[in-house]
Design a protein around this ligand. Structure first.
Ligand SMILES: [Fe+2]
Length: 379
């Protein structure tokens, strides 16, 4: 059994106050470069954070499902400025972008040249990851997912030197996160926990992290969505759950839910968390024969009682459907996937790197059936 996660994690309410010390003393940086998105400025977070970072150059053009062209543009900027640290401040897209930019800072070429595992020649620059959503897990994983817009494909760029050097995880940064983003990113974290726990590479260490993540997320997600600004306990519980789920899937894997979410994300720019939330119960129903025992264990961990494994697993699926409804997650129909594209989505999902990790072997035909079921369930 192997578990590898070299990122230094600093977690806690108000931890953002440690930022200057972490940059200067822990990471010994004298020339940082900030990667973020326009939303940070609107939320006022950037201004508050930038106070101790006066003079730090900023690239704030990262979009949801970050595009290879955006990353290559940021790469050119960073090579000209020659920083010694990349700070990523934002959601999963921003953190993935920060990792990719750190790679381009030390390696000539375009980001698409590094698709796959350990394609870099030089170690990327160190990254300080500061998540502002409660779902990504990217602050503690070795992968950066970048959309190649011409191929309409999500590239995975990964390697053991791509773990952020440090993750500064402060639940108070969620205070201004809109409710629909708490819901979708929280359900992304829940999906990370469930897929990490049931996927084929899972081991005892990732199981322990995933189960605790799921306990926390189930306990706090609804309350966090209702009033994240004033419910400090829910905010902290959900952020911790998201972090632990990232530490779980980073060393286990995700499965068919993410295969579908990444496929439709690359084709229609669907927000990652929303896509996961829509497909999660349908994939769980498909996975039931191979994951019944583990679903039952999750059900018990989150306080659902049932007479046997089958009932417990089905109670868990019902609970997730209820949660999605209460959180007003869009329906499959709202995603706007034309039926004529189902075969292409199914093929892309089957070809995803994580498909072999799914607990039940899934062929393209199985993905097609999951899509059809999701459509029928929409009514
Ligand atoms: Fe995810």
């Amino acid at each position: 059994m192997v578990y590898h996660m070299p990122t230094r994690v600093i977690f806690g309410r108000g931890a953002i106050g440690e930022l200057p010390r972490i940059i200067k003393e822990s990471l010994r940086s004298v020339r940082s470069f900030l990667v973020t998105d326009k939303g940070m400025e609107d939320a006022g977070i950037l201004r508050r954070l930038l106070e101790p970072l006066t003079g730090v150059p900023v690239f704030d053009e990262v979009e949801p499902n970050p595009k290879h062209t955006t990353i290559n543009r940021a790469g050119e900027t960073v090579r000209a400025l020659k920083p010694d640290l990349i700070i990523g401040l934002g959601g999963g897209s921003v953190l993935d972008a920060a990792k990719a930019v750190a790679l381009l800072a030390t390696n000539p070429g375009r980001i698409e040249d590094f698709e796959g595992r350990e394609k870099y020649k030089q170690p990327p620059l160190p990254v300080l990851a500061i998540p502002t959503t409660c779902g990504t897990g990217s602050e503690v994983t070795w992968v950066s997912v970048i959309t190649h817009t011409e191929r309409r494909f999500k590239m995975s760029i990964k390697g053991p030197l791509m773990y952020p050097a440090a993750a500064l995880v402060d639940p108070d940064l969620l205070m201004t996160l809109p409710s629909h983003l708490v819901a979708s990113t929280g359900l992304d974290a829940l999906t990370h926990g469930l897929e990490a726990y049931t996927s084929k590479p899972a081991n005892h260490l990732t199981d322990a992290l995933a189960l605790e993540a799921l306990r926390l997320i189930f306990r706090h997600l609804l309350a966090a969505c209702q009033d994240i600004a004033h419910d400090a306990e829910a905010r902290e519980g959900l952020m911790l759950g998201s972090l632990l789920a990232g530490m779980a899937f980073g060393n286990s894997d995700v499965g068919a839910v993410h295969c579908l979410a990444e496929s439709i994300g690359s084709l229609y720019d669907t927000p990652h968390g929303v896509a996961n939330a829509v497909f999660l119960p349908h994939v769980m129903e498909f996975n039931l024969p191979a994951a019944r025992d583990k679903y039952a264990l999750v059900a018990a961990a989150v306080g659902l009682s049932a007479p046997d494994e089958e009932d417990a697993a089905r109670a868990l699926i019902r609970r997730i459907k209820d949660l999605s409804r209460l959180l007003a997650i869009p329906s499959f129909r709202d995603l706007g996937i034309p039926e004529s594209d189902f075969a292409a989505v199914a093929k892309k999902s089957f070809e995803n790197n994580s498909n072999p990790s799914n607990p039940r072997a899934a062929a393209a035909e199985d993905y097609l059936n999951i899509l059809r079921r999701a459509e029928i369930a929409t009514g």
